[in-house]
Design a protein around this ligand. Structure first.
Ligand code: NAD
Length: 483
């Protein structure tokens, strides 16, 4: 795939239904992470473009979208889902080129995007308020109303999935959106917005302004004309965005990182667990907020789990995205440097195993997946988010110790419990501090229907599932005294 196959111009923003060059005329290089070559340019949007996008969204909200019946909003989203589905292959190739994701994983993201459109298309006209029993002579009910204009700041690791869950839910709930994709990954965001036009989304309802976080991102999160911010990305940027939301008294949903554990008890079915233990750490080369980077193992099965995970690690193949191996490159040279720095911090640890390079061109951002064993819970690699293909195995003696280690980081996004003991499953699921707990499986944020989000430094608010629709609406209580 090359950029010649593109059906839109990535050096432009999509504002009010028009492809427009950024007001500054500036662009940013578009780099292929698989070989480090520049393959094109993307728009470097700034304050003026964000102003235009927010104004377009407000106009569309006031004049059109707020009057479109919920069922019709749903139909448009469902049609958009079908258009995405018909282009899964092209979208997958585009994502693989842009972010270095192996083709199969990139296609799975496109399938998930289609499914988000289908799910939220179906949900749009099922978002209802309540009637509330109150005093004699009153009728009281609640209305779930859209915020108005919502801002969506999206990272580079799962652009299609994050756009699906955030923009999909916001549109279904009746909002108009301004989307700022990551500077390292904006092609599928632009492709999606172009398809939304084809699906019949009125002009201005979805606007996309690519650009740097410090320019377009900051201009959007500081903008007085937006009513809600949905952010996915790093803790540092999330905390800045929350501060800016506080200054403007705007609601904000933050989906930040994690250090998600899998707890393997001595009665676990290891044959079932093993593929999940490894895949949850190396999927998308570990660049997943809900990656499972800590494997906690009860001592009776510890040696067996280490040996079996190490065996699998030894087989993991790393290479360019289009070769569709187990892992592609990391997103950027900067991310590669960060992850290698973390791996360097494990010099004092037992390296259980690493993967192998295969078809990895010079200049690509390749890092071999690395498994450390015998790690103490206090070690930096057991506490800090690496955001790369690195997992640590930590032994534990009993359930109480496992829970204490699982809850021992600043994060709380996802966890899983591997055990055949039903009472233990229930106790541990209650005791673990996380937004999602899986029993005898692990979903790295998986499941369009499942509410997702964190506690602690993993963020707050919930996206995905029906729950997201509550976040993208505000509740109005109407109390009528009629005697
Ligand atoms: P980031 O948080 O800086 O970027 C995420 C998004 O926020 C991008 O669209 C970016 O342009 C935008 N942004 C950046 N600065 C901004 C600002 N001042 N105001 C408004 N928007 C801004 O993440 P990054 O620099 O791309 O990656 C750094 C680290 O973040 C990674 O190493 C990883 O640990 C973490 N990360 C987490 C996730 C996640 O899903 N939780 C995703 C990507 C990165």
């Amino acid at each position: 795939m090359s950029l010649d196959d593109l059906w839109f111009d990535p050096s432009k923003c999509l504002i009010d239904g028009e492809w427009i060059a950024p007001a500054s005329g500036k662009t940013l290089p578009l780099v292929n992470p698989s070989d480090g070559t520049q393959i094109g340019e993307i728009a470097r949007g700034g304050q003026a473009d964000i102003d235009a996008a927010v104004e377009a969204a407000r106009r569309a909200y006031d004049s059109t979208w707020s009057r479109v019946p919920a069922a019709e909003r749903g139909r448009i989203l469902a049609k958009l889902g079908r258009l995405v589905e018909a282009k899964v292959d092209a979208l997958g190739r585009l994502e693989a080129l842009d972010v270095g994701k192996p083709l199969k994983q990139a296609r799975a993201d496109a399938v998930a995007l289609a499914r988000y459109c289908e799910f939220y298309g179906g949900a749009a006209d099922k978002l209802m308020g309540d009637s509330i029993p109150y005093l004699d002579g009153y009728t009281v009910y609640t209305l779930r109303e859209p915020h108005g204009v919502t801002a969506h700041i999206v990272p580079w690791n799962y652009p299609m999935q994050i756009i699906g869950r955030s923009v999909g839910a916001a549109l279904a709930a009746g909002n108009c959106c301004v989307l700022k994709p990551a500077e390292d990954a904006c092609l599928t965001a632009l492709a999606f917005a172009d398809m939304a036009k084809e699906a019949g989304l009125p002009d201005g309802v979805l606007n996309v302004v690519p650009g740097l976080g410090s320019e377009a991102g900051a201009a959007l999160s500081e903008h007085d004309g937006i009513d809600h911010i949905s952010f996915t990305g790093s803790v540092a940027t999330g905390s800045m965005i929350q501060a800016s939301a506080a200054r403007h008294v705007k609601p904000v949903t933050l989906e930040l990182g994690g250090k998600s554990p899998q707890l393997v008890f001595d009665d676990a079915n290891l044959d079932t667990a093993l593929p999940f233990l490894v895949n949850a750490g190396i999927q998308n080369a570990g660049q997943t907020c809900s990656a499972s980077s800590r494997i906690l193992v009860q001592r009776a099965v510890y040696d067996e789990v280490v040996a079996r995970m190490a065996e699998r690690y030894g087989q993991l193949q790393v290479g360019q995205a289009m070769s569709d191996l187990d892992l592609g490159p990391l997103i950027s040279a900067k991310q590669k440097g960060l992850v290698e720095g973390f791996i360097g911090q494990g010099a004092d640890l037992e390296t259980a195993a690493r993967g192998v390079l295969n078809d990895a061109p010079e200049g690509g951002n390749y890092v071999l997946p690395t498994l450390f064993a015998g790690v103490k819970p206090a070690h930096a690699l057991a506490r800090d988010e690496v955001f790369g293909p690195v997992q640590v195995i930590i032994p534990f003696d009993d359930e109480a110790e496992a829970i204490s280690i699982a809850n021992g980081t600043d994060y709380g996004l996802v966890a899983s419990i591997w055990s055949e003991n039903g009472a233990r499953q229930m106790r541990a699921a209650k005791a673990i501090r996380a937004g999602q707990v899986f029993i005898n499986n692990y979903g790295a944020g998986g499941g369009v229907e499942l509410p997702f989000g964190g506690i602690g430094k993993s963020g707050h608010g919930r996206e995905k599932g029906f729950e997201a629709l509550y976040g993208f609406t505000t509740l109005k209580t109407v109390a009528a005294l009629h005697g």
